[in-house]
Ligand binder design. Structure first.
Ligand SMILES: [Zn+2]
Length: 404
């Protein structure tokens, strides 16, 4: 999923997260892709008949309305969408007004569970989990007997391949010369490393664009031999971030490896954001290829002059267009978050009406996508991200060239 869609999804979740019901009457329904819609409708009808037992009249009415709204929406589906869906329904207060909302979210990743949930707020945790950026790391654990290959995606570990070796144990059988035995053993080890390298190629190369790095785990000196012997495809070899001692070389070893590497993994994120900001600051300091601030960045983006657009993830700026109902005059202002503002027409003194509201981060990243500009959303949790938001208004660009 593109970063822009991710940002949009995040914003939607923030909005849903801000809603509160008066009682335990906000319904969240998680439907995984493989569920049968008719079964779910039956379960909801069951809930509907039980809802008549709810003591508070107001909660009862709202739960029943919510369930009916969901049942009505379900009629539109013969089966769940590709990734399943999450349906949210309930009476919420927006701008001081009560309003019944029903929303269907088709998330960027498969819905991982079936769940019917009633509370005074919507249940959003599984959706929020999908927001954690899905960087992909390659994982290899090996010793001389077995090897396991996997991927770390976000916080999930996926096993991709497993194999055992033909390497004989350390002790030779009677009748074999020890020199010959050692020689055979070395050949078998070499063959096994080669095989693990091929397994890694098959497993990782298809993901190479998303692959941030590779971690190798195992006992010493096996993992070091494997790394130093350059058994990995050269494109993968370059991506090795570190070698770690782990006790297991099966699936458990993959978990152990990620655990051992966690400091390194968080460092990778920090370093990436820091490097981006350093590049930007360097250009600023020599009055070179850098711009910041909404207007300037927009202008350069539209010229196609921006190489990388840097946007703070916590930027909540909206461009709001107002129109005078009498003379049709228009005015565009930038507002923070959902803020409203009173705009009076200069010609006739009439209050103007809001006709359009656009999220600036989304708008700029849309232009960026059109212009082949890279987009980077920087989190506010890193030093670089914080500086972008506080010192540069949350919007900056590193330029390809400086237009005259
Ligand atoms: Zn007017």
């Amino acid at each position: 999923m593109s970063k822009r869609l991710m940002y949009e999804f995040k914003k939607k979740l923030e909005e849903l997260d801000s809603y509160r019901g008066k009682g335990t009457e906000l319904i969240t329904l998680y439907i995984p892709p493989d569920r049968n819609i008719a079964d779910i409708a039956n379960q909801l009808r069951e809930e509907l008949s039980q809802a008549s037992n709810i003591k508070s009249k107001q909660t009862r009415t709202n739960v029943i309305n919510g369930l009916e709204a969901i049942l009505n929406r379900l009629k539109l589906y013969r089966k769940p969408p590709e990734h399943g869906m999450v349906i949210l329904s309930g009476l919420v207060t927006i701008d001081g007004k009560e309003k019944h909302i029903t929303e269907i979210i088709e998330p960027p990743e498969p819905v991982p569970l079936y769940k019917y949930h009633c509370d005074s707020k919507f249940y959003l945790e599984p959706l929020k989990d999908m927001l954690r950026e899905k960087k992909v790391y390659g994982l290899i654990v090996l010793d001389r007997r077995e090897a396991t290959i996997g991927l770390l995606k976000g916080r999930r570990i996926e096993v991709l391949d497993y194999d055992t070796s033909m390497v004989p144990g350390k002790h030779r059988q009677g009748g074999q010369s020890s020199v010959r035995f050692e020689r055979l053993r070395e050949i078998a080890i070499h063959e096994f490393y080669k095989k693990v390298g091929e397994m890694a190629t098959n497993a990782f190369l298809p993901h190479k664009d998303k692959l941030v790095g590779i971690l190798i785990g195992g006992p010493s000196p096996t993992k070091d031999e494997f790394y130093q012997g350059e058994y990995l495809h050269h494109e993968l070899q370059r991506k090795v971030l570190g070698l770690f001692d782990v006790g297991y070389t099966n699936e458990s070893g993959l978990y152990e490896l990620v655990d051992k590497a966690k400091d390194l993994l968080s460092e990778v994120d920090l370093v990436r954001e820091k490097n981006l900001m350093n590049r930007f600051l360097y250009e600023i300091s020599r009055d070179g290829l850098a711009v910041y601030g909404e207007e300037e960045v927009r202008r350069y983006l539209e010229l196609g002059a921006v190489d990388t657009l840097l946007v703070s993830e916590d930027l909540r700026l909206e461009r709001v267009r107002y129109r005078c109902p009498t003379c049709g005059a228009e005015r565009v202002v930038t507002l923070k978050g959902k803020a409203a503002s009173r705009q009076i027409c200069e010609k006739d003194g009439v209050e103007m009406e809001e006709v359009e509201r656009i999220d600036i981060a989304l708008e700029l990243s849309e232009i960026a996508e059109r212009m082949n500009t890279k987009v980077e959303f920087l989190s506010n949790e890193t030093e670089g991200g914080e500086m972008l938001l506080k010192a540069f208004g949350g919007i900056a660009g590193i330029l390809r060239y400086k237009p005259k």
